[in-house]
Structures are given as C-alpha cells and as structure tokens.
Design a protein around this ligand. Structure first.
Ligand code: NAD
Ligand code: UD1
Length: 338
C-alpha cells in the first residue's frame, strides 16, 4: 500500500518506517528535519534493504503537500510530524499551535483534495491530564495541562470533526504512553538535541558517560518507592501498533482514539535498576524536588487496542533498556558521529 509518513525521520517515525518497509509497503517520507537527521533515513534504507522517496517540506505548506500528494497518490497517511517538548511549548505556544494544529489542518485539507481518506495520528496520553482514576481508559476526561498537550487535544477534535463531515474518512488517534527503546540492530534510536528531558534518554547518557548523574524528580510520591510511575512502551511494539491501525482504517470509517501502552508501570528507580542490569554500567542518581506538572502515576488501559486492532505489547522493560543501551553504546553521539 502507498503510505505517506509525515515526520518519518524522527524517533518513532523511523522505527515505524522500518516495519512498513519490511511488510512491503510503499512509503514516502515528508519531513522538514527540524528535529531529525537524514542519516536516520539512510540507516532505515540499509536495514530494510529497500528504497523510498524523501520530501523535505513543512506540513504548514499546503502547496508543497499538494504537489507531493499529486505525485505519490497515497492511500493512507501516518502523521508523526510536530513539535513535542512540553517546556518549550510553554515558552512558544504560538509556534506549537502553528506547526501542530495549523499544520495538521493543512494536511487534512490536502488529503481530502486528493481523496485520501485514511489517517493514523500520533496523539499522547498527555491529553488526559491529572488522573481521575487509573488506568486511564479512552473515556477518561481530557484535561491537558500544557500547550503541547492542548495541541494534541485540539488536533484530535479537528480530526474527529473532519471524519464526521466526510463519511468515507477513517481515522485512528493513537494515544502513546511513554515510548522508549530502539531497534534491536542498534542502528536507529532516540537522538534528542541537547540535554534530554525524558527519563530513559537521560539515564542512557549517564550510563555512557555523557552526563554525570540522574536527577530523580521527587521521591515522595504515593508509589511503591516514592518515585514517579509510568507505562513505558517499546518503540518496536509502538511501531507495530501503527501497522495494525493502518489495517483497521481499511475496513472501518469514523474516528477512534486508542491507548498504546503495556498496562504495566515502572517507577524511576525500577527503570534505573533495569538499565544498570542491561548495560552493566552504574547509573548514579540524586533525589531532588518534583518537576512541575508531573503526575505520580500514569498507566494505560489496553483493552481497546486489543479489541479493535488485535494489538498487544510484547516487550518488557528489560527489552527496552537492552535495546536503548545497544543504540546508545554504539552511537554515543547519536547520528552526529557519521
Ligand atoms: P521526533 O521529534 O523525533 O519526530 C518528529 C518528526 O517530525 C521529526 O523528524 C521532525 O523533523 C518532523 N517535523 C516536526 N515539525 C514538522 C513540520 N512542521 N513539518 C514537517 N516535519 C516536521 O518525535 P517523535 O518522538 O518521533 O514523536 C513523533 C510524534 O509522536 C510527535 O507528534 C509527538 O508529539 C508524538 N508523541 C511522542 C511521544 C514521545 O515520547 N516520543 C509521546 C507521545 C506522542
Ligand atoms: C513527559 C511529558 C509528556 C510527554 C511524555 C512523552 C512533561 C511534564 N511531560 O512525560 O507530556 O507526553 O514525556 O514520553 O515533560 N524523571 C526524572 N528525572 C529526569 C527525567 C524524568 O526523575 O531527568 C522522572 C519524571 O519525574 C517521571 C518519569 O521520570 O516520573 C518519566 O519522565 P519523562 O520521561 O519525562 O516522561 P513523562 O513525565 O511521563
């Protein structure tokens, strides 16, 4: 099938591309490389031993999208492109609304011009906000606590209205929990710019010696060991969820939001231990104050994904830490070394 992948050069996009290519799909990547490297795509081509087209462009540019849709004529879109840093979204909210929300509107418009009716969108568990109950199921109230989270919420609503107005349209909003890990080859992985905001990239940079120690954001939460608990999901499992969602859109119309997690949580200290075991390195840490805006626990209800998509996570935190270490130890400077 012909699938246009926006943001395909990024962390989750590159892992999903690899699986799409292995399943013989015909893909085109549309990316402005604002947070990624063409090197990732070069490596995906090598790993899959397959070629695909790459178009450099911004999703806010309807003219460019129109041209690419005209040439490639995709049957479906996987929409990863967007900005994703919570802290930055507080400082530059308009930039987040322009790229994420306005960019998604341009994409949906162009899809309709070209009669492309199927979309899988990267949403986030961050749309839920503070937990009224756990695990979060898809009916949990939506109260995102920052501009980034609100862009995801608004895009979800816009896609829902788009699908309601165009009866043949089919949309899946995948609400990712905490994606971590890397392809088992160690050739592609998460390569954040600057000092990582997220836990697992931070831990792996401590283990490889780029950072001195981990700052644990709070040890006084109401959890097993007092540190924050999250539902970490292996990026390979997450990539597989996109293939299942694309299949689902072939036979369904309308719009469904679906959680993508494991249903199991790990605390910060459990992650540190698992990483030390996987890497054989020590991960020194210091307990510090809580980070503003953090919740104590986040866990996914996973029944809807299994019921609608026939998808279930298979990999555990040991697999996540092992594959992260494979990637980080072979590429201590990420994609920058080649
Ligand atoms: P990423 O930054 O690695 O990938 C995003 C890609 O989109 C990058 O290649 C970037 O260059 C591209 N891009 C950004 N703005 C663009 C624009 N205006 N036009 C064209 N290309 C653009 O991020 P990721 O971790 O792979 O996340 C992919 C998607 O999943 C994002 O929408 C993100 O918000 C969402 N998501 C990520 C996480 C996570 O923890 N990584 C969690 C929940 C949701
Ligand atoms: C963060 C984002 C969320 C986004 C998600 C993507 C914030 C407030 N939230 O969530 O919107 O969808 O990433 O995966 O940024 N931790 C430390 N030390 C660190 C880093 C993290 O102790 O250096 C702790 C955090 O307090 C948390 C856990 O590790 O308990 C996971 O943190 P992180 O990886 O940033 O993910 P989230 O907080 O879930």
């Amino acid at each position: 099938m012909r699938i246009l992948v926006t943001g395909g050069a990024g962390y989750i996009g590159s892992h999903t591309l690899l699986q799409l290519l292995r399943e013989q799909h015909d893909v085109l990547v549309f990316d402005n490389f604002s947070n990624s490297s063409p090197e990732a795509l070069k490596r995906v081509k090598q790993l899959a031993n397959a070629d695909f087209e790459i178009c450099e462009g911004d999703i806010q540019d309807a003219g460019r999208l129109d041209q690419v849709f005209g040439d490639f004529n995709p049957e479906a879109v996987i929409h990863f492109a967007g900005l994703k840093a919570v802290g930055e979204s507080n400082e530059k909210p308009l930039e987040y609304y322009a790229q994420n929300v306005a960019g998604s509107i341009e994409l949906l418009k162009v899809m309709q011009w070209h009669n492309c009716r199927r979309i899988v969108f990267s949403s986030s568990a961050t749309v839920y906000g503070d937990a009224k109950y756990l695990p979060y199921d898809e009916h949990h109230p939506l109260q995102p606590a920052n501009p980034y989270g609100r862009t995801k919420y608004f895009i979800e609503e816009i896609i829902r209205d788009w699908a309601a107005s165009w009866k043949v349209a089919s949309a899946v909003l995948l609400r990712y929990f905490n994606p971590v890990g890397a392809d088992a080859s160690g050739r592609i992985g998460e390569d954040p710019n600057g000092i990582p905001n997220n836990l697992v990239p931070y831990i792996s940079q401590v283990a490889v010696g780029r950072l001195k120690h981990l700052n644990v954001f709070g040890a006084d939460y109401d959890t097993r060991d007092g540190t924050g608990e999250r539902d970490y999901i292996h990026v390979e499992d997450l990539a597989r969820a996109h293939l299942a969602a694309i299949d689902f859109t072939a036979t369904h119309t309308g719009c469904d939001a679906i959680n993508v997690g494991t249903g199991r949580g790990a605390t910060v200290l459990e992650m540190v231990n698992a990483f030390e075991k996987a890497s054989g390195r020590s991960v020194p840490y210091q307990i510090g104050p809580r980070r503003d805006g953090d919740v104590a626990r986040s866990l996914a209800a996973v029944e809807k994904a299994e019921h609608l998509l026939g998808w279930k996570a298979k990999l555990d935190i040991d697999d996540m830490c092992r594959s992260t270490w494979n990637w980080q130890s072979a590429n201590p400077e990420g994609y920058r070394q080649d």
